[in-house]
Design a protein around this ligand. Structure first.
Ligand SMILES: [Zn+2]
Length: 472
């Protein structure tokens, strides 16, 4: 008992004792939104099966766990968790860089390091004004105030921003892009121009021409990739004074909200490729670089092991899925709008056979699978449908209001097919929302040993600052 107490004490409070702890000059904080331990493990297993590849950060030498609860709930949102990771303070749901009252601004580690002369880069695969990137530069009691958040970005004077474009750049005569110009930021919006960013010698914003990067599984052309934006960020912020880069894999969360295992793997791999750019830098400067990979929370309650097929897994089966739930839903909606009831259940099954390579790689549908797909189809076309609001929520992740609109009912068919594929791959889900489990921390480099153990999300920025002997 005594040793356990000492170990915990040493791991959290006695950082100063380790005088020989190396002081990082180049710091990477990599946040997989919604990326619990299982999301990473499954992506690693999938890569090993498909391409003899793996997820390198999973094997970093120092591992820990951080608790993610907020002041509103044991199950946090990204804004509260982000504020804890960026500012080291617990707050309420939806709060961006402000305290529980929503009145007091909290200084982020990025702002603190900027004041100390570090160069700062903030990048993500979702919109740059989304919760996780926003907590590093903005302050607002509501994460949905996209315009006010966007207007605060240039005021931060951070050196590099990259990701999806602003959700609400204009409000009346206020325009966030004009604000960027006023603060002398260069704006790059085409993937081909990324290579020139570092030569600009100015503060740089790199935005995809959508408010989010495309899903890795969809492999859309002429779209920016998180790993390319990461290379550009490193090129733009490298400086003898050091730099701090926060990179977010934001759409792991979205894929898991839809219980789409194949798309979640694709996003975890895209995120891992961005982390690989940090590893390349680390290999050049191993004694001065610190890389921390973690999550803000887990999404979906992803598990290895599904109720319908106990003790059975076949992760490789997920390779049958050809596109993300978004693209699949769009295509079904197009068919419904074009053909109406001419888009029969049989033609729907033919469509799904194409999108999921049914019949290949041993993917066969059982009677129970067809029954569930028929039921989802009947729900979409309101054919003697008895689906009530609880069914809609539980079976199709649809809010009760969806019962009365035809629009996004196609989701019912896609959620059902993805659930069937997940079961046959051995993947289970407990929810369409976030969960309250602690999430892993993977660390390598200067001072990384202090990220071992179990602690709270608010401890992450505190540990980084303690390595730099910076007190706020
Ligand atoms: Zn989420």
């Amino acid at each position: 008992m005594k040793t356990i107490i000492i170990t915990i004490f040493v791991s959290i409070f006695c950082i100063p004792l380790h005088a020989q702890v190396q002081k990082p000059k180049y710091i990477f904080l990599c946040i997989g939104d919604g990326m619990g331990q299982v999301q990473t493990q499954v992506a690693d297993a999938y890569l090993r099966e498909q391409s003899k590849d793996s997820i390198p950060f999973l094997y970093f030498p120092h591992n820990g766990f951080q608790t993610t609860y907020s002041l509103s709930s044991k199950i946090t949102c990204s804004a509260a968790a982000g504020t804890a990771l960026a500012c080291g303070v617990k707050t309420k749901a939806n709060h961006i860089g402000v305290d529980a009252t929503g009145l007091f601004k909290l200084e982020s580690i990025a702002t603190t390091l900027k004041k100390k002369g570090y160069k700062i880069g903030i990048l993500t695969s979702v919109s740059i004004d989304h919760a996780t990137p926003a907590v590093f530069y903005a302050h607002d009691a509501s994460r949905s105030n996209y315009h006010s958040i966007a207007m605060q970005l240039p005021e931060s004077q951070f050196d590099f921003f990259g990701g999806g474009a602003f959700v609400k750049p204009v409000n009346g005569k206020h325009n966030a892009y004009a604000e960027l110009k006023k603060y002398k930021y260069s704006l790059i919006t085409s993937p081909d121009s990324l290579q020139y960013a570092a030569q600009l010698k100015t503060k740089v914003c790199v935005f995809d021409n959508h408010t989010e990067l495309s899903y890795g599984i969809d492999a859309l052309n002429n779209r920016m990739k998180l790993s390319d934006i990461m290379s550009t960020a490193i090129a733009c912020v490298q400086s003898p004074q050091g730099f701090f880069i926060m990179v977010e894999g934001g759409k792991i969360d979205w894929a898991c909200h839809s219980n789409d295992a194949a798309t979640s793997i694709g996003e975890t791999v895209e995120f891992s490729k961005a982390v690989d750019k940090a590893i390349e830098w680390y290999k050049q400067y191993p004694n001065e670089t610190l890389i921390i990979v973690t999550a803000d929370h887990e999404t979906g309650g992803m598990g290895v092991g599904a109720a319908l097929y106990p003790y059975y897994t076949n992760i490789g089966l997920l390779a049958n899925q050809q596109s993300s739930y978004v693209v699949c839903e769009q295509k079904i909606t197009e068919k419904i709008n074009t053909y109406g009831t001419q888009f029969t259940f049989d033609s729907c099954m033919t469509f799904l056979s194409g999108m999921y390579a049914i019949g290949q790689n041993n993917l066969q549908l059982q009677a129970y699978d067809s029954l569930r797909l028929q039921r989802a189809y009947n729900f979409v076309f309101s054919i003697d449908d008895k689906t009530n609001s609880d069914d809609a929520r539980l079976l199709y992740n649809l809010s009760p209001s969806a019962l009365y609109t035809s629009g996004n009912k196609a989701q019912a068919i896609v959620v059902t097919m993805n659930k069937i594929l997940a079961e046959k791959s051995g993947i289970g889900w407990t929810t369409y929302a976030h969960t309250g489990v602690a999430v892993p921390v993977y660390a390598i480099g200067a001072g990384s040993e202090i990220f071992e153990g179990t602690y709270d999300n608010t401890d992450i920025p505190k540990k980084i600052l303690s390595l730099l002997e910076i007190t706020k």
